[in-house]
Design a binder for this molecule. Structure first.
Ligand SMILES: [Zn+2]
Length: 734
């Protein structure tokens, strides 16, 4: 929710976006609570208007059930919601550029707050005014960190994903999708999913979808919170460092509205939170008000219940749910089909461990990597000892492209549930794209008792060799082209460069760095050439290519970087880097996916001579598209070549060729024509045929001369320098 209308207006004006962004970051830290739930719900029902009636019907059905519960309770005068406390298994997905900033202890501090607040055991309940004490709820909902994964493996209920992806509140929030740099929800019938991340709107503290929203994907169900409003320690920042954002948002998750109603802080006494024991309230309350506070809907003391978790006051100022709210949440938990299965979840119960069970977690190397120059390499994997016994030995099996596995026996000492990386013996693979499968057997010399988690696999490419020159237009149907390699710096192979036939400089294909749909800011997508052999006597080495790129706005830009390696990919040196307006080839900003027109391709040249000429006889070139939320980078028609100068040019400093000539000849200087003042051409009889003078400040190294109109015969070319004059004889033939 945007809290300040001034800021909102600024932000909607594109040209002032920068100013607004500046104001947003320079505001006092997160001054007011901003819950995006109201905005997200409104936006969802606007986006899918056909789902609104069904949603309202489901809410009306719920309201009847809820009111029946309330009536029954009023008659029986006993606490009778759920018959006993229930514990909801929680999985916390921390999606951040540095997810270790939110520690396990910080996650536990949030669980502690939730369990105190939902039980009415929070110490600050002493601040509840006497007039509201009778309504103070001691509810039955509790929370645990998940002890088993959906696959019934042990877990601490915390998933960390290293990513620059931020939450964009709404359906298909990228923070909830691994293919957009987020973390996939765990089975919502067994777990309450919580995502801790950076929000795309600085003022948002979090949001939840209300229950049983028609059409909402399971993968969108749960609660998202800003990392600075989560838990009570670590990255939590005042005034939202008492864990109440989660208390509030999980209230929404269990179908509580804000105390003033379900709108966006609209001033009105006619809307309601549909709870009978919260006073009618005009609009939201911020900060730390003092009691009593009245408004035009509740104008007499004790006034409005601003200390309710479902208002917008600071964490330290909120301290209660009412009985009516607790009834509503518990009724929601029992009634809504996308909440009630949580009541029978076994997610809080750790699985019983086998004695001997090794889990292969991921390929460590070569995980979506390029192996350069066909070298041998050492595969390695990350494993977890999921057995109850310490793991002292295991056998690794490595199979490339389905070939007979190569085995390595490994001894180690890994405690139960410990993780480590283990290496197989070195292997080689042929040039090209490969699949590698690695699996474990024989833990502690015994049969593995749970074999479905023993295997991991990934892809990699091995680059080959190429002779000078290289000309690549990506026209072949295979990609990467034989001998070339592709990879990217995320763990996700789907971010690799792609071969496209929707855009091309020539022919019918080119290569695209897919930054338009690439959420992982700062990650790069890589294309590598084979190892290119050049003569050690080369005088120049050049890379020419065509590029096309666009930006979606002035703030976000992708970067193209070109690097080279002379040690088979062990180290790379950057030799070219362009981004933003220097890279883009379309002038106007484009939000929809950029596909270049014919005239939006630009030729570019990179001179590698200073790094390579005369120093190295082989090298590899890497093209990197670095994602900055721009809008696609395309490459086509890459040429890489070396040139060797004629020995005479190098020893004399100039050469006139061809000689004899039919008329068109070139006077070439090396390394520079900076001392040349002029030329004069005389016939054998001394007649001046041609004359030109040159500025020594703008030396021209290649001077074309046209003698096609001259009669056949012998001529003399005088090169006049600042310090000497040189005369050369040439022969003109017809
Ligand atoms: Zn809210």
């Amino acid at each position: 929710m945007r809290r300040s209308s001034n800021l909102f207006v600024l932000k909607t004006i594109t040209s002032l976006f920068l100013i607004a962004a500046f104001i947003a970051v320079s505001l006092p830290t997160y001054a007011q609570r901003g819950c995006a739930t109201g905005r997200v719900m409104e936006a969802y029902l606007l986006k899918y208007p056909e789902r609104k009636a069904e949603y309202q019907k489901r809410q009306a059905d719920f309201q009847q059930k809820y009111e029946a519960v309330r009536r029954q309770k009023a008659q029986m005068r006993v606490q009778q919601r759920l018959s006993a406390t229930v514990t909801i298994p929680v999985v916390v997905h921390i999606v951040m550029d540095d997810p270790s900033l939110v520690t396990d202890e910080q996650v536990q501090s949030q669980l502690d707050v939730l369990n105190a607040d939902y039980a009415g055991l929070n110490a600050d309940s002493s601040k509840i005014p006497a007039a509201f004490k009778p309504f103070f709820a001691k509810g039955n909902i509790r929370f645990c960190l998940a002890q088993r994964t959906p696959a019934n493996e042990p877990t601490n209920g915390i998933v960390r994903v290293t990513s620059f992806t931020t939450s964009k509140p709404g359906d298909h929030d990228p923070v909830k999708y691994a293919n957009m740099g987020g973390s996939n929800a765990w089975n919502i019938s067994k777990y309450l999913n919580i995502w801790v991340c950076r929000m795309s709107e600085a003022n948002d503290l979090g949001y939840s979808f209300m229950p049983q929203l028609p059409g909402l994907a399971d993968s969108d169900v749960g609660f998202v919170t800003a990392y600075h409003a989560f838990g009570t320690i670590g990255t939590a920042e005042a005034p939202f460092n008492k864990g109440r954002t989660a208390t509030h948002e999980i209230g929404h998750y269990f179908n509580l509205a804000h105390v003033w109603g379900s709108n966006e802080c609209v001033e009105s006494c006619s809307d309601s939170d549909e709870v009978d024991d919260t006073p009618n309230q005009n609009t939201c309350t911020y900060g730390t008000p003092s009691f009593p506070k009245t408004d035009n809907c509740t104008s007499v003391a004790p006034g409005i219940m601003f200390m309710n978790y479902m208002d917008y006051v600071d964490d330290a100022a909120m301290c209660m749910f009412t009985e009516g709210q607790a009834d509503r949440m518990e009724t929601a938990l029992e009634s809504f089909p996308d909440r009630s299965p949580l009541l029978s979840s076994d997610g809080c119960v750790p699985p019983v461990l086998f004695n001997n069970d090794v889990k292969a977690l991921s390929v460590n190397y070569p995980n979506n990597a390029i192996v350069y120059c066909g070298q041998s390499f050492t595969p390695s994997i990350r494993i977890q000892n999921q057995g109850a016994l310490p793991l002292t030995s295991v056998t690794l099996h490595v199979s490339v492209d389905g070939a007979t596995p190569v085995s390595t026996n490994i001894t180690l000492n890994l405690a139960s549930l410990g993780e480590t990386i283990i290496q197989a013996n070195a292997i080689t693979a042929g040039v090209g794209s490969h699949t590698i499968k690695i699996y474990t057997t024989n833990p502690n010399g015994s049969a593995d008792q749970y074999t479905v988690n023993d295997t991991v696999s990934t892809k990699f490419t091995v680059t080959g060799n190429s002779t000078d020159p290289v000309a690549e237009g990506f026209e072949g149907s295979g990609f990467p082209t034989a001998g070339w390699g592709i990879t990217n710096t995320s763990d996700l192979p789907e971010f690799n460069p792609v071969h496209v036939n929707t855009a091309f400089r020539s022919g019918s294909r080119s290569v695209k760095f897919n930054t338009h749909n690439f959420q992982l800011f700062g990650k790069s997508s890589v294309i590598s050439t084979p190892e290119i052999t050049i003569p050690l006597s080369a005088d120049s080495v050049k890379v020419t290519f065509w590029r096309a790129a666009a930006q979606s706005n002035s703030l976000n830009s992708d970067t193209l970087e070109i690097l080279f390696s002379t040690d088979c990919g062990q180290t790379f040196t950057s030799a070219y880097k362009k981004g933003g307006s220097a890279l883009r080839t379309r002038n106007n900003f484009t939000n929809s996916e950029f596909i270049p027109f014919e005239d939006e391709w630009v030729a570019d040249t990179l001179d590698l001579s200073p790094y390579l000429a005369g120093q190295h006889s082989s090298f590899t070139v890497q093209f990197r598209g670095i994602n900055g939320y721009g809008n696609n980078i395309y490459l086509d028609d890459i040429n890489i070549y070396s040139r060797e100068l004629p020995p005479a040019l190098k020893s004399n400093g100039f050469i006139i060729a061809p000689n004899p000539t039919t008329g068109l000849l070139t006077i070439q200087h090396y390394p520079s024509a900076s001392r040349l003042k002029g030329i004069a051409i005389f016939s054998s009889t001394g007649q001046l045929y041609h004359k030109a003078s040159y500025s020594t400040a703008n030396a021209v190294n290649y001077i074309p001369v046209d003698m096609r109109s001259a009669a056949a015969g012998v001529y003399f070319i005088k090169l006049i320098y600042t310090d000497k004059t040189v005369t050369k004889k040439i022969i003109k033939v017809n």
